[in-house]
Design a protein around this ligand. Sequence first.
Ligand code: MRU
Length: 342
Amino acid sequence: MSEIKQLSVQALEWTGKSLRVLDQRLLPEQIRYHEYHDAETVAEAIRSMQVRGAPAIGIAAAYGVVLSVKRHYRADWRERVERDIQLLAESRPTAVNLFWALDKMRAALAAAEDPLVVATEAALRIHQDDLEANLRMGELGADVLGEARAVMTHCNAGSLATGGYGTALGVIRSAWRRGLKTVYAGETRPWLQGARLTVWELAQDGIPSTLIADSAAAWLMKNGALDWIIVGADRIAANGDVANKIGTYSLAVLAKQHDVKMMVVAPMSTIDFSLANGNGIEIEQRHPAELLPDCYLQKGSLVQAWNPVFDVTPAQLITAIVTERGVVLNPAEHGGVRSLKT
Ligand code: MRU
């Protein structure tokens, strides 16, 4: 395998000797790719959110390992590559796909005779498998939606956040082809993944959407306009608790109140079977500057910010968890996602 065939917008592109990363901080105004040749700059691209979204972070890190091997494999390569793997692992804490992908790369390299060939094949495989998982989840999720006419999504769980097609947006893409009528996107403060990325990504595929302020979600549901909320995930614990973009928990609580169903779409690489429940998930706190105007960032300012960028939705509030291995309906009543473990 030498390249990944893309179906829609592309967050990551492996050129054969470098990683091209679409700078998502600049969307939708500018489409600019940066080209990276080493693990350090890939780790920085993840930390600074040029590339974001759980599966895409994992894929970028896998290519970061390839770049590390490429740079170091002539001498003492194992030690140096392991140092780069550590660096990549420190780039963001919540999405388990990052650690999953790094573990896969480590395992592939363990017995490798030709490390560069083995690492490249392993990274391309992680990328391709994610794309295929998304296509499968798209169909499975659309089956669950059935005749639903209106859905809302949060953050961006699309091609931009994955190896292609998307998780939540993959389901929306598949359902759209089957007659889904209305897609709402929450703007997703403070980083505006919904406003800057999701509505743009859907428009690239000719799918119309309606943007709402995050604070309008309750009123939208009250007006009876929604059948399902569909989101991705950064980490799912064994009992079905789901860490995802901050605001997902509020949407799930609101959905319960208004009889709206809640779907989580994520590949198996997002499930952390080592965690019995969501309490052990590290929630990333980002810099107050992402929330506060400059005037409050001065020394001695009386205004601070609390900026957790993920939250944990208890399994009890989730109607369906869709993975490429199958769907778990009402996970809280069925032992979480444990039935998916092979
Ligand atoms: O901070 P981000 O933009 O990386 O957060 C992304 C999300 O929370 C997504 O919903 C999640 O990673 C799933 S992406 C398929």
